[in-house]
Design a binder for this molecule. Structure first.
Ligand SMILES: C[S@@+](CC[C@H](N)C(=O)[O-])C[C@H]1O[C@@H](n2cnc3c(N)ncnc32)[C@H](O)[C@@H]1O
Length: 207
């Protein structure tokens, strides 16, 4: 994964780094994301590696929670021809999502919403839900646990959340393992960049 021109190649995607002139321009135009959606977070590699080994069904409808730059969803659109919606509370991330989607030859819908406000009816429209590095504050644990529970009840095939291993995420994953039959496991990626953390997988792999 050599870096050249502030650009990375990973899991078949082209990803700009923050210093790339286009990212500087988007920050000037859209403003600086305020809830940590200000870069590609490397736990996305955990999500992509897991999904490479446990593919979604072709054309799956995917909701990418707390999408930030949206690389997890863009990976699903490219690999599985998934129909992807990137959800985020902070709309200033969306220009970065659309930029990277176009760079990688796919389209992604965006939806400004908070986890707490996503209803069961909303969730019933998706086959799979993904989310990377989204449970980073104590106060995010309950909304994301509740969303996972609502999603399974609404018939979503699988919920795959990845995290570098922060304590709110670990508590969420332990609770989901105990109460929702989710799988909670450590995960390591060595290539194209080293990333370690954990995954919570609720429902059936493949969505
Ligand atoms: C650490 S970033 C991770 C971004 C992306 N998933 C990645 O792995 O690169 C967390 C994202 O969650 C979003 N977020 C934080 N709290 C949220 C909430 N309550 N509802 C929806 N999105 C939220 C932030 O705006 C940010 O884009």
């Amino acid at each position: 994964m050599p870096d050249s021109n502030h650009t990375r190649r990973l899991f078949g995607l082209t990803v700009r780094q923050n210093a790339h002139p286009d990212m500087r321009r988007l920050r000037r135009e859209a403003g600086e994301p305020s809830l940590h959606g200000n870069k590609f977070w490397k736990s996305s590699c955990l999500t992509m590696d897991y999904l490479k080994r446990h593919p979604l069904k072709p054309g799956a409808r995917v909701l990418d929670l707390g999408c930030g730059w949206g690389l997890g969803g863009i990976f699903c659109a490219k690999q599985f021809a998934a129909r992807v919606t990137g959800l985020d509370a902070d709309p200033s991330v969306f220009p970065f999502v659309h930029y990277h989607a176009e760079l990688n030859g796919v389209t992604v819908q965006t939806w400004r919403c908070r986890y707490e406000r996503v209803t069961g009816d909303d969730l019933a429209r998706y086959d799979a839900i993904i989310g990377t590095d989204i449970c980073f504050w104590d106060k995010l644990e309950a909304p994301l646990y509740n969303l996972t529970r609502r999603a399974l009840k609404a018939g979503v095939g699988c919920v795959v959340l990845a995290d570098p291993g922060r304590s709110p995420f670990r508590r969420l994953a332990e609770r989901a393992e105990d109460k929702l039959g989710a799988e909670y496991r450590e995960w390591t990626v060595k290539q194209p960049m080293k990333a370690t953390g954990c995954l919570m997988i609720a429902g059936q792999a493949g969505g």
